[in-house]
Design a binder for this molecule. Structure first.
Ligand code: IMP
Length: 174
């Protein structure tokens, strides 16, 4: 049986998410934004985050797939695209984690071709020791070491997304 070690508690996550929401609200005061949560990993984070943003906003989801198990497949696929044009809109992409950075490099480039007024990135987590491409994270929750994390929306083979905290999965010894 694998064991799960807590890395970031539910309370710490909630406090940081509230701060991020306040920061985004201050930066976009007087504007309207479109929040683009990247599915599936950011759905829990995004649901909490938007409740701390007090500027008018729309939400449109974008589904991406880049990982199989714990390894990047190296190919980013849009599994479900935005439902509306983002031309002229202020976009805040909400991601669960920037690891190698390849997924966000692809997405930010892809979105910029759709002529938005601006695109910023809000990521719950960043593993800088693994990042191989330059990615500007405008709003960052936590920087973490090179460990595979689960919970609060993040999965291992589609499991553990429902944990309220962020944990590290340690394979069990048999
Ligand atoms: P990147 O393209 O290597 O930056 O990978 C980004 C995507 O990989 C994230 O959106 C996650 O879906 C997945 N990912 C990367 N590291 C982890 C992790 O530690 N736990 C769960 N998913 C991860």
């Amino acid at each position: 049986m694998p064991s799960i070690e807590s890395l970031i508690s539910a309370e710490s996550i909630q406090a940081r998410v509230a701060e991020l929401g306040r920061q985004i609200s201050a930066d976009y005061a007087g504007e309207e934004i479109t929040v683009v949560p990247v599915l599936k990993g950011s759905f829990v984070f995004a649901a909490d985050l938007v409740r701390h943003i007090d500027v008018p906003l729309a939400i449109d989801f974008l589904g991406l797939r880049s990982y199989e198990g714990t390894e990047s497949s190296g190919v980013v696929q849009i599994t479900s695209d935005l439902t509306k044009s983002i031309e002229g809109k202020h976009i805040v992409v909400v991601e669960d984690i920037v690891d190698t950075g390849l997924t966000m490099q692809y997405l930010m480039q892809n979105l910029s071709t759709r002529k938005p007024a601006s695109v910023k990135l809000c990521s719950l987590l960043h593993k800088p020791s693994r990042t191989t491409v330059e990615i500007d994270i405008d709003y960052l929750g936590f920087t973490i070491e090179d460990v595979f994390v689960i919970g609060y929306g993040l999965d291992y083979d589609q499991h553990y997304r429902n944990l309220p905290f962020l944990g590290v999965l340690t394979p069990g010894v048999s």
